[in-house]
Design a protein around this ligand. Sequence first.
Ligand code: PLP
Length: 293
Amino acid sequence: ATRFALMIVPAAADDERTHFTDTFRSVDPKAPALSIGELSTQRGDGIFESIGVIDGHPQQVDAHLARLANSAAICELPLPNIAQWRQAIAEVVLHAERGESVVKLILSRGVEHGPMPTAWATLAPAPDFSAPRERGIRVVTLDRGYDSGVPERAPWLLLGAKTLSYAVNMAALREAHRRGADDAIFVTTDGFVLEAPTANLIVRQGDTFVTPAPTGGILHGTTQLAAFDYLAQQGFETRYEVIPTDSLAHVDAAWLVSSIRLAAPITAIDSVPIPADPALTHALNAYLLTPHD
Ligand code: PLP
């Protein structure tokens, strides 16, 4: 359950104020707070971020705010004032308990015919991801229905923006469950790997770790960035690469990574067993569970 909620009157990106407290209003997280005309609820017309919080420390705030700004640019929403959002995050994490929590940032196009966007931030305890982290997950590949040229050819599809329109992502998870798997990996019609409905994929090939390039079709994951930092520190090579779907059967290990789940080792892709690396998975999650920026 959401523990704390803050409504935000979004400041212009170039507003040079240093204190934004008077643009924040805490609201009862159990009470209704949005207008019936909200375009985020009517059309999913908005963007969001989910930030992991460890013992009250929000992880990788800069990377999340950079992605929020990128999503806003793609969706032609007013660019976020980074200092204001940073203060909003600092305010909501004051309500975190020890252990893992999640901060959500939401920027919506606002109320129908309204003058400005709606924005809010929440804090909630994180769901328990210990089972997928330790026991791993089975995944299936699912056709995303477009080829790898679509992000460039059809920018109005908003690929690469973290929009609130996650109905397709949730439907893909239900399809994965129907097929007896825990999660999905989206692939293009021309045979390349994209991302999972709520995570990025990292595969191991020998001592090299590879993830698809965030060239517009997928989100640039903050957890993938942190994982690559850790792997590079350990002396491994890390690379952004085009990954053919049919190469997934031959990887030396694979993980889905995202802010709240962290690294979930993949035990099978389309029923083909994938080798496990429990020691590395454990060390990677220990790193991701350490407060870092
Ligand atoms: N790709 C999608 C579609 C996502 O929804 C997410 C996050 O939830 C990610 C990738 C991973 O991003 P992050 O590691 O920043 O959570």
